[in-house]
Design a binder for this molecule. Structure first.
Ligand SMILES: C[S@@+](CC[C@H](N)C(=O)[O-])C[C@H]1O[C@@H](n2cnc3c(N)ncnc32)[C@H](O)[C@@H]1O
Length: 262
């Protein structure tokens, strides 16, 4: 399908690997007149846009004054009113921590036709990349997605998680921040067990992917990779702990062997 004139498409770009784009996303991208993309969308995906398209990064970290959310609404609405087709390209899935509610409201109020095209959200990319099922009928029957940092009120952020974490849940924390100690402390205060497996995965499904794992009591000792970072907590993450322990054991054995051979 090609992008229709006067329509705005909220399109999921997935976690960063161009092969994880849906066919629909790729077709819309290749035919839209205007592309407005987030900064987490890599160049390789932006390069798949129609060569004649007007492409604008509306991301936050491009070293220039950040375009406001209202500014993004204006760009989408003005372009559609000029009878241009618009792809609003968002990382992951557009309906997961992507301000889609505000954008869809603005389009509805302006009477602009809109369509949402799902994408692979970070949590699914992370599970696939690590070969870690996010649910497991023996250990995890719930998958909970939460945001660690709240854009709404930075002065007095609400608690990330309030109350006990169900023992059979996998908790995925988007935008966890860099302070793993504070995160672990918050989980600990909420009664999460000290031996609960925790994973920090950075740049999932990209060549820079890196994952580290520890129990909650040792989570603060990890040095996580660069943003974007996702934290996964739950018993279903246990296999990552075994891998981390195996790697530590191999490193220790290698060190002993190297001293013996000196
Ligand atoms: C504004 S949210 C957007 C989430 C996106 N809509 C999704 O469905 O994945 C950005 C957060 O998503 C997570 N994220 C996005 N891409 C990621 C990736 N490739 N690896 C790890 N985390 C990622 C990080 O927690 C990042 O701070």
């Amino acid at each position: 399908m090609s992008a229709q004139k006067g329509t705005v498409y909220l399109v999921g770009a997935g976690p960063g690997d161009p092969d994880l784009l849906t066919l629909k996303a790729a077709r819309l991208l290749a035919t839209a007149d205007v592309v407005l993309h987030d900064d987490l969308v890599p160049d390789a995906i932006v390069a798949m846009a129609n060569p004649q398209a007007l492409i604008t990064s509306v991301g936050k970290r491009c070293g220039r004054p950040r375009i406001t959310q209202a500014g993004i609404h204006e760009l989408m609405i003005d372009s559609a009113r000029r009878n241009l087709s618009v792809v609003r390209l968002k990382s992951g899935d557009p309906l997961v921590f992507g301000r889609a509610a505000e954008e869809l409201n603005a389009l509805t109020e302006a009477d602009i036709p809109a369509e949402v095209v799902p994408g692979v959200s970070a949590v699914f990319a992370a599970g696939a990349a690590l070969q870690l099922p996010l649910t497991d009928r023996r250990t995890a029957s719930k998958l909970i997605l939460i945001a660690g940092q709240h854009a709404a009120d930075k002065s007095a952020p609400p608690p990330m998680w309030n109350g006990p974490l169900p023992e059979d849940a996998t908790l995925a924390i988007y935008m966890p921040g860099r302070n793993l100690s504070a995160l672990a402390e918050e989980m600990h205060k909420n009664g999460v067990a000290a031996d609960m497996p925790c994973v920090a995965i950075s740049c999932a499904a990209t060549p820079r992917q890196r994952a580290d794992a520890a129990t909650l009591s040792h989570f603060s000792e990890l040095q996580p990779g660069p943003a974007p970072l996702l934290v996964l907590i739950g018993r279903a993450m246990q296999p990552m702990l075994r891998t981390a322990n195996d790697e530590a054991a191999h490193r220790a054995i290698a060190e002993v062997i190297s001293t013996l051979s000196l």
